[in-house]
Design a protein around this ligand. Structure first.
Ligand code: HH2
Length: 281
């Protein structure tokens, strides 16, 4: 398609390089869980999960993010064996077709997913960089205050932007020193943060971009959008999800993590100047 720049293709035609891309990249969410806040239970069956992952890839997702444990507020942890069994067959089936990231807090799950073909560790605990370094894959460091069962009870910061920024800069430096070549940082919207904290972080994204690592942002269908829209239920947050994704793009985000890939990618192409005006006229 004329005018649309894609990430560089890797050996198997899978997107591996992201940083030269002009438009913001789009990571599609695939939760192989019974209890995720928006798609829980829909893709617990491996065939349904693979079909949805291929659908997201077909819509143009640059990365499909496979997760086997919900980290929504109040979620109970899942054992490593259960999580591994959920994600590995799905990663293996998708990896020949699209770049796959593994959304996990557990080293053994990350290692198994990498073995199955994942090339990016999406780590909401920001602790798995040694796994990424050992395997030679990319790593996302996300900020979270507390842990999912209780993180929304009393989120507290003196300076949310400064604290999140310092934490991510420190983790990124540790990962780089350990040999990770591809490091992403993510403010962790909704992870131990009030609506005011989340908004402050979205407004201050340029301060995170200034850390010097590409920034990933996930607002898709989250509770903050319910708060900002006067109570839109989770199934009615598409517009707010795209709006906040665009907001993040215009403040320098290099990738957004979303459930609605096609709509977000259309927005990313427009915002990223990735349209062919001659073809359009
Ligand atoms: N948000 C969720 C999960 N993983 N990873 C990154 N890097 N950034 C995020 O904002 C982020 C994330 C939560 O969303 P979801 O996967 O849709 O829900 P659940 O945790 O209930 O499975």
């Amino acid at each position: 398609m004329a005018g649309v720049r894609r990430p560089e293709a890797g050996p198997a035609g899978v997107a591996t390089t992201t940083l030269e891309t002009v438009r913001c990249l789009v990571m599609g969410v695939l939760n192989v869980t019974p209890d995720s806040f928006s798609d829980g239970g829909r893709y617990l069956d491996p065939d349904a999960a693979v079909a949805h992952g291929l659908r997201l890839a077909g819509e143009g997702a640059d990365v499909v993010d496979v997760g086997g444990e919900s980290t929504r507020p109040g979620a109970e942890p899942v054992g490593a064996e259960v999580e591994r069994e959920r994600v590995v067959p799905v990663v293996a089936a998708l990896a020949p077709h699209v770049r796959v990231s593994i959304d996990t807090r557990k080293a053994v799950v990350a290692e198994a997913a990498i073995e199955a073909g994942a090339t990016l560790v999406n780590d909401v605990s920001a602790s798995l960089w040694p796994v990424a370094a050992a395997a030679g894959v990319g790593w996302v460091a996300m900020h979270m205050q507390g842990t999912p069962p209780t993180m929304q009870e009393h989120p507290r910061y003196d300076d949310v932007v400064g604290e999140v920024r310092a934490f991510l800069a420190e983790r990124a430096a540790e990962a780089r020193a350990a040999g990770v070549d591809e490091v992403w940082i993510d403010p962790g919207i909704g992870f131990g943060k009030t609506a005011a904290h989340n908004l402050a972080l979205l407004r201050a994204l340029p301060a995170l971009v200034a850390v010097g690592e590409p920034v990933l942002v996930g607002t898709s269908r989250k509770g903050i959008l319910g708060a900002l829209t006067g109570g839109a239920p989770v199934e009615d947050r598409l517009e707010a999800s795209v709006a906040t994704a665009v907001w993040a793009m215009t403040r320098g985000a290099a990738m957004v993590r979303v459930h609605d890939v096609a709509a977000t990618l259309q927005a990313a192409r427009l915002v990223g100047d990735d349209v062919d005006l001659e073809e359009a006229s």
